[in-house]
Design a protein around this ligand. Structure first.
Ligand code: PLP
Length: 340
């Protein structure tokens, strides 16, 4: 049995999703003539109560596009030190937008309104970079799938309004937060200027992200997406997977979360596990007591039994539950883990 717990991006389309893709009506999306792409964009815009939305091949491109139109070269954005936009987008903020990142030393990828406000450079002090944007991530990826307290997000919004800063949400994993915290997309739409969401993580699509915002912003985003090479033609086959997932794969994320808790409970009982970080969604970050079991050896041992997971550096290991991690695989993994 192949039990791949490396990431929730390893999923393959279900047969029902494939059917939706195969029967999609398509057209040339560069001419805005793909009905399935248009339908997905409209669906996401409506979910978040935004005027418009735009389909992207990746979450990185959606985030980078947002950073581009919220900033000017030389500006600075504020984000947590764990932020995907800073750590995992190839240095795109500087490459594409000429923007630096002011990093906040937050907690599990989350910062406070006070920390954000203190990081803003005075706009009239022309020696410092001009602060123009705050980027939030929910759930936090490197932070272990942690969910924000919505009240803190509102407080940060107030800081952004006071200082005329853009407010962008990297919501690649927002669906997990919505399910875990019983929140709605509309709540987030009211708060943020722009929101990017991924279809290819927990929702199980082979590809795709969507950026939502005002019509004016999405008009700008369209041009930037083109410049970044993200103009796609009969992308409706991919968008149809997205629409299918939005209708069928959101509620079920609760199952991934439940399995993650069960794995965490078992890990905590194993004598060679030093620490398991709090589990709020589908990501489990844990540490091995290296004096009892070397973490490479642990990963190797699981590998031999058909289980794959990855290290995050500094002795931390990560497990991510997902759509293709079935009940059968879950039981098999718990048995394997218990026998080590
Ligand atoms: C996955 C992810 C992204 C986007 O990644 P792509 O691989 O470019 O689609 C962005 N932010 C977070 C928090 C993510 O987990």
């Amino acid at each position: 049995m192949d039990i791949n717990l490396i990431s929730d991006t390893v999923t393959k389309p279900t047969s029902a999703m494939l059917n939706a893709m195969m029967s999609a009506e398509v057209g040339d999306d560069v001419f805005k003539e793909d009905p399935s792409v248009n339908a997905l964009e409209q669906k996401v815009a409506e979910m978040f109560g935004k005027e418009a939305a735009l389909f992207f091949p990746s979450g990185s491109m959606a985030n980078q596009t947002a950073i581009k139109f919220h900033t000017n070269p030389g500006d600075q954005l504020i984000c947590d030190k764990y932020a995907h936009v800073y750590n995992y987008e190839g240095g795109g903020a500087s490459f594409n937008s000429g923007v630096s990142c002011r990093l906040i030393d937050g907690h599990r990828g989350m910062m406070t309104a006070e920390q954000v406000e203190a990081a803003i450079n005075p706009p009239d002090f022309y020696h410092s970079p001009f602060t123009s944007l705050v980027c939030i991530e929910n759930t936090t990826n490197k932070g272990g799938g942690a969910c924000w307290d919505f009240e803190e997000l509102k407080r940060i919004k107030a800081v952004c309004e006071k200082h005329s800063l853009g407010y962008h949400l990297d919501g690649a994993r927002l669906w997990n937060a919505l399910v875990a915290k019983h929140e709605t997309p509309k709540q987030y739409g009211e708060l943020f200027d722009t929101i990017s969401v991924c279809l290819s993580k927990g929702l199980g699509c082979p590809i795709g992200s969507v950026l939502a915002g005002s019509s004016e912003m999405m008009d700008k985003a369209l041009r930037i997406r083109k410049i970044l090479g993200g103009g796609m033609r009969q992308a409706g086959y991919l968008a149809a997977a997205g629409s299918y997932a939005l209708d069928n794969h959101i509620e079920r994320l609760a199952e991934d979360h439940k399995k993650a808790i069960e794995i965490g409970d078992l890990l905590k009982k194993l004598p060679f596990i030093k620490k398991v970080e709090p589990i709020e969604t589908n990501i489990i970050i844990f540490e091995i007591d290296e004096s009892l079991y070397d973490s490479d050896g642990f990963v190797q041992k699981l590998n031999e039994k058909g289980v794959r997971l990855i290290g995050m550096g500094q002795g931390k290991l990560r497990i991510v539950t997902h759509l293709d991690y079935t009940d059968t695989k879950h039981q098999a993994f718990l048995d394997i883990l218990g026998s080590i």
